[in-house]
Write a protein that binds this ligand. Structure first.
Ligand SMILES: C[S@@+](CC[C@H](N)C(=O)[O-])C[C@H]1O[C@@H](n2cnc3c(N)ncnc32)[C@H](O)[C@@H]1O
Length: 359
C-alpha cells in the first residue's frame, strides 16, 4: 500500500509567531523552577516591602550567594515578576506580586501552584513511560513537592471560600455544624480543609481519611500545630473502605476524580451518611465539553490531569480515570450511580465546582 502525502502550505508568519510563543513558554517552564527557588530561598520574602534592592543587598538579606541572586533577579525581571530600575541597578517586587508571592492567607497566593507544577514535571518521565503500557502511577508515588505544593496551592482557596461561602451554600449544614455534627473529610491529603472546618465549628467532630499514609502523618502534625488535635482524627484508608456511619456531612475536596473507583466511593459515602446527611464535593472547574475547557484554567488542569490525576486513578482498582476536567454531568452520573437522588451545583469559583449531593 502506498501513502500519498497531502501537500500543505505553511504560512511563514504563523510559523514565526508560533516559535516566538514557544520561546515565551520555555521561559515560563523555567520560571516554575525560578519561583520555587525564590520561595524556598526566601528571596520574595526578603524583597517584600523592602523597596528597591540591588543584587548584593538582596543576597545579604536572604543569606544567598550574590552571583546566583543576580541571575535570578534578571530572569524574574524579564518575566515581569520584578521591576528593574536601570539607573540605580535595583529591583523592586511590586505590591501585587508581593501579595501573590508572599501572603499565604491571600486567595491569590501562588507559590504552592508552582511547587505542585514543578513537582509534577519532575516526575513526568515516569508518566511518559507508563503511557506506553497504560499502567497507572499512584498519588503516593510522587515526590514531596507534589504533596506540599498541593496543600499550599489549595489551602488559600479553602481559607477564602470554605467557611464563608461553600458550607453556607449547602442546605442546612451550617446549623448542624454549629450545633455539633459528625464530619468525615475523605481524600483529605494534608488536612487543610479538615482543620479549617474544625477551627470554625468547635462543637463538631472531624475525621480526615486518605489512603496515603505520608499525607495522614503530615495532617496529624498540622492538627497539632493548629491546636485542634483534640477534635480532629486522621486515619489511613481507601475511600471505599471508610469505616463508620451516622455522619451528618461527608466532604471530598479535589479527590473524587483521582480515585480508581469513584462510584464505589460514592456508594460508601451513601452508607456513611445519615438519611438527611450531605455530601460536599469540590472538583476542579470544568465544562462538560472539551471545547468548554480550552482556556488557561483548563490548560493547567488538563496538564495536571495527564501527569497526576489520570495515572493516580489508573493505578487503583477499576481505574475509571475521570480526569481533572470531568465536569458536572459526569460527576452527577457518578453520584447517581452511588445511590444519591439529589445533586446540584451549590457554588463555584473560577477554579472550583462545588456540588451538594443528598441521599
Ligand atoms: C489532589 S489531592 C487533594 C488532597 C486534599 N483533599 C486537598 O484538597 O488538599 C487528592 C488526594 O486524594 C487521595 N486519594 C486518591 N485516591 C484515593 C482513594 N481511593 N481513597 C482515599 N484517598 C484517595 C490522595 O492520596 C490525595 O491526598
Amino acid at each position: 500500500m502506498s501513502v500519498v502525502e497531502e501537500q500543505v502550505e505553511v504560512d511563514g508568519d504563523k510559523l514565526h509567531q508560533f516559535v516566538f510563543r514557544a520561546v515565551e513558554e520555555v521561559g515560563a517552564t523555567l520560571n516554575a523552577a525560578l519561583v520555587v527557588m525564590g520561595d524556598k530561598l526566601g528571596l520574595y520574602r526578603a524583597l517584600a516591602g523592602a523597596g528597591p534592592l540591588s543584587a548584593v543587598e538582596l543576597a545579604r538579606r536572604a543569606g544567598v550567594s550574590e552571583r546566583y541572586v543576580r541571575e535570578w533577579l534578571n530572569a524574574q525581571a524579564a518575566g515581569g515578576y520584578l521591576e528593574y530600575d536601570a539607573a540605580s541597578g535595583r529591583y523592586t517586587l511590586p505590591p501585587e506580586q508581593t501579595v501573590a508571592l508572599t501572603d499565604d492567607t491571600s486567595p491569590a497566593y501562588l507559590p504552592g501552584f508552582f511547587q505542585i507544577a514543578l513537582g509534577t514535571v519532575i516526575d513526568s518521565p515516569r508518566i511518559t513511560e507508563s503511557a506506553r503500557s497504560g499502567a497507572g502511577v499512584g498519588w503516593h508515588e510522587h515526590n514531596h513537592d507534589v504533596f506540599e505544593g498541593c496543600e499550599r496551592f489549595f489551602r488559600p482557596g479553602y481559607h477564602a471560600n470554605l467557611i464563608p461561602a461553600w458550607l453556607p451554600a449547602l442546605d442546612g449544614v451550617v446549623e448542624k455544624l454549629e450545633a455539633g455534627a459528625q464530619v468525615a473529610d475523605i481524600g483529605c491529603g494534608h488536612g487543610s480543609s479538615t482543620i479549617l472546618m474544625a477551627q470554625a465549628y468547635p462543637r463538631s467532630t472531624f475525621e480526615g481519611f486518605d489512603y496515603h499514609e505520608g499525607s495522614i502523618a503530615t495532617a496529624r502534625q498540622r492538627a497539632e500545630e493548629a491546636g485542634v488535635a483534640d477534635r480532629v482524627r486522621f486515619e489511613t484508608t481507601l475511600a471505599s473502605d471508610t469505616p463508620g456511619d451516622g455522619y451528618d456531612l461527608v466532604t471530598m475536596f479535589d479527590c473524587l476524580h483521582d480515585m480508581g473507583d469513584p462510584v464505589g466511593a460514592a456508594s460508601r459515602v451513601h452508607k456513611l451518611l445519615k438519611p438527611d446527611g450531605t455530601w460536599l464535593i469540590v472538583e476542579p472547574m470544568a465544562g462538560d465539553r472539551i471545547e468548554d475547557n480550552l482556556n488557561p484554567v483548563g490548560r493547567a488542569y488538563y496538564g495536571f490531569s495527564t501527569f497526576l490525576c489520570t495515572p493516580a486513578s489508573l493505578s487503583q482498582e477499576v481505574g475509571l480515570a475521570l480526569g481533572a476536567q470531568a465536569g458536572e454531568a459526569r460527576i452527577g452520573d457518578v453520584v447517581a450511580a452511588g445511590g444519591f437522588t439529589r445533586f446540584r451545583r451549590a457554588a463555584e469559583t473560577p477554579f472550583n465546582l462545588v456540588f451538594e449531593a443528598r441521599p
